[in-house]
Each structure stands twice: as structure tokens, then as C-alpha cells.
Design a protein around this ligand. Structure first.
Ligand code: ACO
Length: 406
């Protein structure tokens, strides 16, 4: 694993970022994607891509997903320990209270719902949340924790409000007597949802809450490292999450499964797609060289719901698409170890829960906001600017030629 070398800074804090000193060697080309580079020390989560283990603050993801509520995991990420019953009650109370949006944010939702796509809308609207910050200049941990709680509480309310307005429905007042997952589904779908769907969404949010130094988290930490604010860090992270190589894959993964249609068509479809140079959505990962552990957690959550939602057939189809995809990729990209990633079963689970396909990535953002804000808090504690170097490969010494002579 390439580790960025640490220059002469004896007194650098434990949490600070080693500065990049790229080697001028073409053999370094694989590092253009920073693979293998350790860009931060973190106590938040660890991805062991060879063993297929995701650790969140000391817990394997399988231990948390399905057991802990999303609010508990947000507390775990922010404070390093699961909350006591009193701490959880107090946190739930604050999060419920924050569901009421500032007027500026409600106006932003109305504007965005006219014709902005979901992730662009979310990024635009989240930027408005600074409007009711009591003191934007306050950089204390307490002030930033409050911002983290407000962001986690409000992102789902924003997604639900945006969806209601864009589909010609009225925005519902948030409820204060239920969990974040239950309120999101209520505000989005217009009525209280069955316990199974709420549990399924809670499991999903916990599963995606944090995941090492993924692209959007890195973006958030870079922004936080400049001493910019938490809202800016989260809007930057949203921009990174939107891309189909990161959080934008579950919609296309579902389209792929729907297009395949029946299990007997899976293998031929996959072969054709790979032969024509297409990427199979929901497969491959920069870090995991075995099956993403989150894929199994989400498959099980989808299976637990299947009796209620009648999606057994869809799950059986997905299993065959997964098998065929892994086999075709192993044959066509030998040695790459391309397996199913989190996005594959995300698509099925979120569809079962009743979410529209183009809200899959915004729903990912609801969960990941807990991780982003925890990383911002951790980055702020280091006080260290993230500023790598680049290797210049262009010409030098050119002379200016006036426009009239070009
Ligand atoms: N389908 C087909 N081929 C693939 C796939 C795929 N899903 N993933 C990787 N490959 C191939 C590449 O074409 C490349 O082949 P080559 O060496 O012959 O050119 C090789 O495997 C290595 O791929 P890289 O792009 O170097 O792998 P990288 O680590 O950069 O990519 C990524 C990881 C972006 C996730 C990639 O696997 C991908 O595009 N997957 C599909 C999109 C997806 O599912 N994204 C969600 C990721 S999970 C998340 O971010 C939450």
C-alpha cells in the first residue's frame, strides 16, 4: 500500500494528513486515482477490502444493521459510543425538533421542485440551511455538532418535500413522534408505513452511514480542512455522491435487472454488455476484492420484506443476475476480482420500500450525512489543510503571441 510520505513536521498532530510528495515516475500512474494512498487517520470506519469487513467505530456492519436504529449509529459516529437510553431519547427529541425547516429552505425546495433533478435539487437546497444558523462564525465543536444534527434531521425532510412538490402533491408537516426513517416515509409517501418497511429503511441507512475514505467523504474532508463550514462540506460531498461511479449506481442497477427481465436471459445479457464495453452497475469496487459485506446485509433486509411486498421473484432474478455478472466479469476481467457492491441490492430494497428510483441516491445521502458530518468533525479537530501536489506534465517557457498574430 502506498503511503504518502510525511515531510519535516515533527509536531504534526496524530490526526493530521501526511502531505503528498508524488514520485516523478511513470510507474506512479496507477495512483492518479489515489488508490492505496492513506489520506487521513480516522476512528470512524474501516474497509478491509480483502476480508470483506466493514468496521464502524469498532462494530462489524452486520452487528449494527438490523439491530441499531439509524439515530443510534449517528450518535456512535459523532461521539464514539452507542447512546444510553437517556442520550438516545434526548437526541431523538432534538432531531424531531429540527425537522421544521427554515423559511429560506422551504422556498428553495419550491424553486428546486420546478425542474431540478433530485441530487442537484438536494445540493442546492442544503446550501440554504445556513439561513437559520444562530452564529455561522462559531467554529466550536458544540456549534458543529448542532449543525451535524440539523443536517441529519433535515436532509430527509428536504428530499420528501421536494418529491411531494415535484409530483404535484402538498408538503406534509413533519411528525415529531416517530423515528427519522418513519417520518421520512410518512412525509414522502403521505401515510404511515408498515413496520417492516420502516425497519428495512433503517437497516439501509445504518448500512450506508459511513464507509472509510470514499470519494464523497474525502470531498467533505477536503472542504472542511480549509476551515470552511459544515454546510459547504456536505454540499460538496453531495456533488461527489451524485456520480454514477459512486452513489449514482442503484438506479441504473435496477434498470439493468428490469431490462434483463428473466433469470434465463441474465448471462447472455451480461456477456453482451461487457463485450460492448459497458460497466455492469452494482459490480466492482475500488477497495473490495471480495463481495461487499453490505450487499449481504441489504439482500437479507430485502428478503425479510419480500413476503410482505411480493418481491420474491425479483429477488430470485437479482440472485441470478448477480451470479451471472460475477462469472462474466471473472472471465472477461481476470484477476480484477469484481464482485457485487452495495448498490446492487440497494436498488431492490429501496424499490420494495416504495421509493421512486430517482430518489435512491438522495436516500443514500440521508444515511451518509451521518458519516460526512462525523468526518467533518474529525477533520476540524486536526486543523490541518489537505493540499496534495500534482505532477506537471505540460510544456514550459512558451512565449506570449498577441491575438492578432495567432
Ligand atoms: N463492469 C465491467 N467492468 C468493470 C466494472 C464493472 N462494473 N468495474 C470495473 N471494471 C473493469 C474496468 O473496465 C477495468 O478493466 P480494464 O482494466 O480492462 O480497463 C477494470 O475492471 C478495473 O476497473 P477500474 O475502473 O480501474 O476500477 P476502479 O477501482 O477505478 O472502479 C468502480 C471502481 C468505479 C466502482 C467500478 O467498479 C465501476 O465503475 N462499477 C460500476 C459502477 C458502480 O457500481 N458504482 C458503485 C460503486 S459503490 C459506491 O460507490 C457506493
Amino acid at each position: 500500500m502506498a503511503r504518502l510520505t510525511k515531510p519535516h513536521r515533527e509536531a504534526e498532530s496524530e490526526m493530521s494528513i501526511p502531505t503528498a510528495v508524488p514520485q516523478k515516475n511513470p510507474a506512479d500512474a496507477p495512483h492518479t486515482g489515489l488508490e492505496g494512498v492513506i489520506a487521513a487517520r480516522t476512528e470512524l470506519s474501516d474497509v478491509d477490502g480483502r476480508a470483506g469487513v466493514l468496521t464502524v467505530r469498532g462494530y462489524d456492519i452486520e452487528e449494527l444493521a438490523g439491530n441499531a436504529a439509524f439515530e443510534e449509529v449517528a450518535h456512535l459516529l459523532w461521539h464514539g459510543a452507542l447512546p444510553t437510553a437517556t442520550e438516545l431519547r434526548e437526541l431523538q427529541g432534538r432531531l424531531s425538533g429540527y425537522r421544521r425547516l427554515p423559511e429560506e429552505t422551504s422556498v428553495a425546495i419550491e424553486l428546486a421542485a420546478r425542474r431540478m433533478p433530485p441530487m442537484d435539487a438536494l445540493q442546492f437546497i442544503v446550501g440554504s440551511l445556513i439561513a437559520d444558523d444562530p452564529d455561522p462564525e462559531d467554529e466550536s465543536r458544540e456549534a458543529n455538532l448542532m449543525r451535524a444534527e440539523k443536517l441529519v434531521a433535515r436532509v430527509p425532510v428536504i428530499v420528501a418535500g421536494y418529491h411531494r412538490l415535484r409530483s404535484g402533491q402538498s408538503v406534509l408537516e413533519p411528525r415529531e413522534d416517530c423515528s427519522l426513517a418513519a417520518n421520512f416515509l410518512y412525509q414522502l409517501l403521505g401515510k404511515e408505513q408498515p413496520a417492516g418497511e420502516i425497519r428495512g429503511l433503517d437497516t439501509y441507512l445504518v448500512t450506508v452511514a459511513d464507509h472509510g475514505m470514499n470519494a464523497s467523504t474525502f470531498a467533505a474532508r477536503v472542504i472542511a480542512s480549509t476551515a470552511s463550514d459544515m454546510y459547504s462540506a456536505v454540499t460538496g460531498a453531495l456533488g461527489a455522491l451524485k456520480g454514477r461511479l459512486h452513489g449514482g449506481a442503484p438506479g441504473p442497477a435496477l434498470q439493468m435487472i428490469e431490462e434483463i427481465g428473466t433469470p434465463d436471459r441474465a448471462e447472455a445479457w451480461m456477456r453482451d454488455a461487457v463485450a460492448s464495453g459497458r460497466r455492469l452497475m452494482g459490480f466492482g469496487h475500488r477497495i473490495y476484492k471480495v463481495r461487499d459485506p453490505r450487499a449481504e446485509v441489504l439482500y437479507q433486509a430485502a428478503e425479510a420484506l419480500a413476503d410482505e411486498t411480493g418481491e420474491q421473484q425479483a429477488l430470485a432474478l437479482a440472485r441470478e443476475v448477480e451470479r451471472a455478472g460475477v462469472q462474466v466479469l471473472a472471465e472477461s476481467k481476470p484477476g480484477r476480482n469484481l464482485n457485487t457492491n452495495v448498490e446492487f441490492y440497494t436498488a431492490l430494497l429501496l424499490r420494495e420500500i416504495g421509493l421512486p428510483q430517482d430518489l435512491f441516491t438522495p436516500t443514500f445521502a440521508i444515511g451518509r450525512t451521518a458519516g460526512w458530518t462525523a468526518h467533518v468533525l474529525e477533520q476540524q479537530a486536526t486543523g490541518r489543510l489537505i493540499r496534495p501536489q500534482s505532477e506537471y506534465i505540460g510544456p514550459r517557457g512558451l512565449r506570449y503571441i498577441p491575438v492578432s498574430q495567432r
